[in-house]
Design a protein around this ligand. Structure first.
Ligand SMILES: NC(=O)c1ccc[n+]([C@@H]2O[C@H](COP(=O)([O-])OP(=O)(O)OC[C@H]3O[C@@H](n4cnc5c(N)ncnc54)[C@H](O)[C@@H]3O)[C@@H](O)[C@H]2O)c1
Length: 324
């Protein structure tokens, strides 16, 4: 299949591009490079354009069998301060893509959704029947697009997979591509930078949660496990002619303190850190129940926290060596 990977020059999208190629598919990357990097998609065809650009989409979509939609703004705090930016890109941009797909007759779309659509769930692990009640504009924008997909499915027969990622982390085993967010807000790269002395002291937001060690618990999923789930979802959309939404997580939660310990073990260095107040809207624990994805996709995350931290560390070391 020819797959248009929208937002493919970003962190998760670039790993998906490699997984698709490995699975025998042809890839066209579509990205405006607002947070993406050409260096992450070397060797792939890249269309540099915005999802809001209907004309550019109209030119490329006739060559395409399916779409993977990674393009979005994805900083929760920024979405609270500047919802307009988020609704413009994630909602209006998403609809622009969906309308262009409908016009071009592209009937398969895989969407990067998020556990943020669940807001602060009453119980963990979280299954797909948990009420979707996002607590910030980022989550609201993702829920909107999930609902738009359902409407376009009913009206125009566009089949979709909404993949609700938990915390994406780690890097490709080659060390060639990985996470390069700027600013970086994710725990593992921040902890690695604090250990390496290339970043500031790590702030631990909240140490008095009702969790075993008082710090927040999250479900970290390796980016290549996410990427392989996308390929499986594409295959199911093609064979099954059915739409679906699934959680993508490991089912195991790790606390901030446990992540720090793992980073220290891998890096062989102390993570300099300080306690900071809780952040508003941060639930104590977010852990996926991945049973539906396992059953439907025949997929299971195969890498654990150790592999996540090791691959992220290798990528960070390699990046630092190139910069020197
Ligand atoms: N990283 C996570 O832990 C996580 C968790 C849940 C969901 N997600 C979702 O996964 C997706 C990818 O996340 P990521 O961490 O790889 O982010 P990223 O910022 O690295 O990638 C997003 C890509 O989309 C591109 N893009 C953004 N707006 C665009 C536009 N208007 N037109 C064209 N291209 C545009 C960016 O240039 C970038 O290459 C996002 O939709 C995000 O909401 C991420």
């Amino acid at each position: 299949m020819v797959v248009l990977v929208v937002g493919g020059a970003g962190y998760i999208g670039s790993h998906a591009c490699r997984a698709l190629r490995h699975g025998g598919h042809d890839v066209i990357v579509y990205d405006n490079l607002c947070t993406g990097f050409e260096s992450l998609v070397q060797g792939f065809e890249l269309v540099k354009a915005d999802v809001l650009d209907g004309a550019a989409l109209g030119r490329v979509l006739p060559r395409v069998d399916a779409i993977m939609h990674f393009a979005a703004h994805a900083y929760v705090g920024e979405s609270v301060a500047n919802p307009r930016k988020y609704f413009r890109n994630n909602v209006e941009g998403g609809l622009s893509l969906l309308n262009a797909a409908a016009d071009a007759g592209v009937k398969k779309i895989i969407f990067s959704s998020t556990c943020a659509v669940y807001g602060v769930p009453a119980k963990v692990p979280i299954d797909e029947d948990t009420p979707r009640q996002p607590v910030n504009p980022y989550g609201v924008s993702k829920l909107f697009f999930e609902n738009a997909l359902a409407a376009y499915d009913r009206a125009y027969g566009i089949r979709y997979a909404s993949l609700r990622y938990f915390n994406a982390a780690g890097a490709d085993e080659s060390g060639e591509i990985g996470e390069m967010h700027d600013p970086e807000t994710h725990l593992i790269p921040l902890a690695l930078a604090a250990a390496a002395g290339t970043g500031p002291e790590l702030q631990v937001f909240g140490t008095d949660y009702a969790t075993p060690d008082g710090t927040c618990v999250r479900d970290y999923i390796h980016v290549n496990d996410l990427a392989s789930a996308h390929v499986k979802a594409l295959e199911l959309l093609s064979e099954g002619n059915m739409s679906f939404a699934v959680n993508l997580g490991t089912g195991s939660g790790y606390s901030v303190q446990e992540v720090i310990s793992s980073v220290e073990a891998v890096a062989g260095k102390r993570v300099s850190r300080k306690s900071a107040p809780r952040r508003a809207g941060d639930p104590p624990a977010l852990v996926a129940n991945p049973a539906k994805a396992e059953m439907l996709l025949g997929w299971k995350a195969t890498r654990g926290l150790r592999e996540i931290v090791e691959t992220a560390w290798n990528f960070a070391q390699r990046k630092a060596a190139v910069a020197r």
